[in-house]
Write a protein that binds this ligand. Structure first.
Ligand code: ZN
Ligand code: ZN
Ligand code: ZN
Ligand code: ZN
Ligand code: ZN
Ligand code: ZN
Length: 251
């Protein structure tokens, strides 16, 4: 089954393919996946609750608008900040860069929606070549690893943006508030604001294998052990005899 188109495709982009036994797999099919959550919880009752921001006293009409409002405060604060650190720290994943320019390059390459064959979509990191990306995947990730989990319904994905979008659509107009830094779900506006602000302090616990940051060491360790492993075996690997060696081949 080595058709001509496949071979020419492989030659133009060799490292995005893996050889599993005699099977050829796209790296995306091997490492990435999505899992639908618990169905009953998806039908949770929807009633909009209003929230009052304790910082500016604005009233927000529902949970998602309140979450957006907090993000907006943070962005304003960052813009007005004089400190070097606030201009060299990524506001999405808190990775530190040496210059504002390097930070800008990181944000544009790693957190933008532009499709790239040299990005790890789990970590949201850009690599210089497909070969370096493949090495990174082999050393850091497991097949079917889905570290981003919705704590309300167990929906999960290899991509942060999936869980973010899922929450904003499926859990809109509920009492749940999602922390964009650790994906913890909080139930009151007051507690949410406190939690949100704690993430802005130094000494955060970066996962290192994805974009999440935790407030405590224990949360980070629990997350790493529970979620950075194969959650669902990639479909293309099913039915392979046990012990089949999966080889990554670079042409
Ligand atoms: Zn406000
Ligand atoms: Zn970042
Ligand atoms: Zn990665
Ligand atoms: Zn959910
Ligand atoms: Zn958090
Ligand atoms: Zn992680």
């Amino acid at each position: 089954y080595f058709t001509f188109t496949l071979i020419s495709e492989m030659l133009s982009s060799p490292s995005t393919y893996l050889f599993a036994s005699k099977r050829i797999m796209l790296v995306t099919d091997f490492y990435y996946g999505r899992f639908e959550g618990d169905k009953p919880k998806l039908q949770q009752q929807k009633t909009p609750f209003t929230y009052k921001c304790q910082s500016c006293l604005k009233v927000l009409k529902n949970n998602v608008r309140f979450m957006n409002h907090m993000k907006h405060h943070l962005e304003l604060e960052k813009q007005n900040s004089e400190s070097w650190e606030s201009h060299t720290t990524c506001q999405h994943c808190y990775r530190q860069y040496s210059t504002p320019f390097q930070l800008q390059c990181h944000v544009e390459s790693a957190h933008s929606m532009v499709e790239s064959s040299t990005n790890c979509k789990i970590c949201e990191l850009a690599f210089e070549s497909e070969q370096v990306l493949l090495e990174h995947m082999k050393d850091n990730h497991k097949p079917g690893e889905m570290p981003y989990v919705c704590q309300v319904c167990n929906y999960r994905s290899s991509f942060f943006t999936d869980v973010d979008t899922h929450f904003r659509t499926v859990h809109e107009n509920t009492k749940d508030l999602l922390c964009p830094f650790c994906l913890k779900v909080l139930k009151s506006g007051h507690v949410y604001m406190q939690h949100y602000m704690k993430h802005q302090k130094k000494g955060i616990n970066r996962c290192g294998k994805c974009r999440l940051n935790f407030l405590t060491y224990k949360e980070r360790v629990d997350h790493k052990t529970q979620h950075h492993k194969t959650f669902q075996k990639p479909k293309a690997l099913e039915g392979l005899p046990p012990g089949t060696k999966v080889l990554t081949v670079l042409i």
